[in-house]
Design a protein around this ligand. Structure first.
Ligand code: TXA
Ligand code: MG
Length: 340
């Protein structure tokens, strides 16, 4: 299959949006930019199209997808028994990097939810994404547009590196601004539960949901065969091919640690640039969690090109968006963590 590259210059914008709608309404799959990461979109009403997503990504069949909407009207076709708290969250956090798990309506493809009776819904804030959903007149199921297990894509080139030849088209949009996937909470259980940290922080969520609990799989490795609330959390994820280890400790301790190792790459903070003598990649300042999030997947994607034995990543603080960065890194490291 030849993957169409759809440009979004001023001149080509409306042509690209129309072409996306055409492909999506014809049961095709298209990678689209969102503010979090690029998504691989298909009509949420089409079983055939959804199956193509699972095949192209090599995604485990039991891992459900997020459905993307561009207006609140669309929500009523997707979810039922929508609680008052969900409406308050929608008002506060949509459009934006925020996903709610609700009871599923039977209008959408069962394949979307991988057999669960719930559905995850999000209204992205990215203009291109919203215009594509509106033009195709259908909610779009879209997981991150990467091969399952590899770091999520934050540029159109990342998508092409993983999926060229396997999908109908890629919208050649801008680099994503948030850089990590949306925050996922479930309101299908009581009390509400954080399933995946992301761009909307726990601190912001608790203003509306004071009883929000953090699922233990956010920070810990689920046990073998444990039933997890969000199937995506049990998989090794975001990982470079090179052995990757997360390291916590002060900047002095981290730099001495990596300086004493042979054949390694350090993924570190800007403040450590002069302290670290080995190969390094900087992902931002230690106090700027938003930048760390924005650069995270790009540095993980570059790691393998250094051809080293081990990648050591300096662990961020778990405050604010830092919790999302930590959650992705601990999975990239397959839960291997050294505390100095
Ligand atoms: O920012 C994002 O959310 C991006 C962009 C493209 O919107 N999408 C994304 O999708 O990250 P994906 O498929 O890579 O992650 C979806 C996560 C998985 O961990 C999945 O298990 C969880 O959401 N999920 C989806 N439906 C669920 C449900 N009904 N119950 C619990 N977890 C669910
Ligand atoms: Mg993903």
């Amino acid at each position: 299959m030849i993957t169409e590259r759809l440009e979004i210059s001023k001149e080509s914008y409306s042509k690209t949006i129309t072409r996306c709608a055409e492909i999506l309404n014809d049961d095709g799959i298209v990678a689209i930019p969102t503010e979090t990461v690029y998504g691989l979109a298909a009509s949420a009403y089409s079983d055939d199209a959804i199956k193509k997503i699972f095949t192209a990504k090599g995604r485990p069949q039991d891992n459900p997808l997020i459905v993307h909407i561009s207006s609140l009207d669309m929500l009523n076709d997707i979810a039922i028994e929508i609680p008052k708290k969900a409406k308050e969250c929608a008002k506060a956090f949509w459009p934006g990097p925020f996903t709610m798990v609700l009871k599923q309506s039977d209008k959408i493809s069962k394949t979307v939810s991988a057999g669960l009776d719930t559905v995850a819904v999000r209204m992205p804030s990215d203009k291109v994404a919203l215009d594509i959903i509106t033009a195709s007149k259908t909610p779009l199921a879209a997981p991150s547009a990467n091969i399952s297990g590899s770091p999520s894509p934050t540029t159109a080139l990342h998508v092409l590196n993983d999926l060229e030849g396997k999908i109908d088209a890629v919208v050649m949009g801008e680099e994503c601004t948030v850089g990590v996937e949306s925050t996922v909470i479930t309101l299908a259980t009581n009390p509400p539960r954080l399933l995946r940290p992301g761009g909307i922080t726990v601190e912001a969520l608790r203003k509306i949901l004071p009883d929000l609990i953090i699922d233990k799989a956010v920070l810990q490795k689920p046990m073998e065969n444990e039933k997890v609330a969000s199937p995506g959390m049990k998989y090794k994820h975001y990982a470079p091919k090179t052995e990757t280890v997360l390291v916590s400790g002060s900047m002095d301790n981290f730099s001495s640690f990596v300086n004493s190792k042979n054949d390694c790459l350090a993924i570190c903070f800007a403040e450590e640039e002069n302290l670290i003598k080995t190969k390094k990649l900087i992902y931002g300042s230690s106090s700027d969690e938003k930048t760390l999030a924005k650069n995270l997947f790009s540095v993980l994607r570059q790691a393998d090109s250094f051809n080293v034995k081990t990648v050591y990543i300096h662990s961020p603080s778990k405050e604010g968006v830092g919790l999302a960065v930590y959650n992705r890194l601990i999975r990239a490291a397959a839960f291997k963590e050294i505390i100095l």
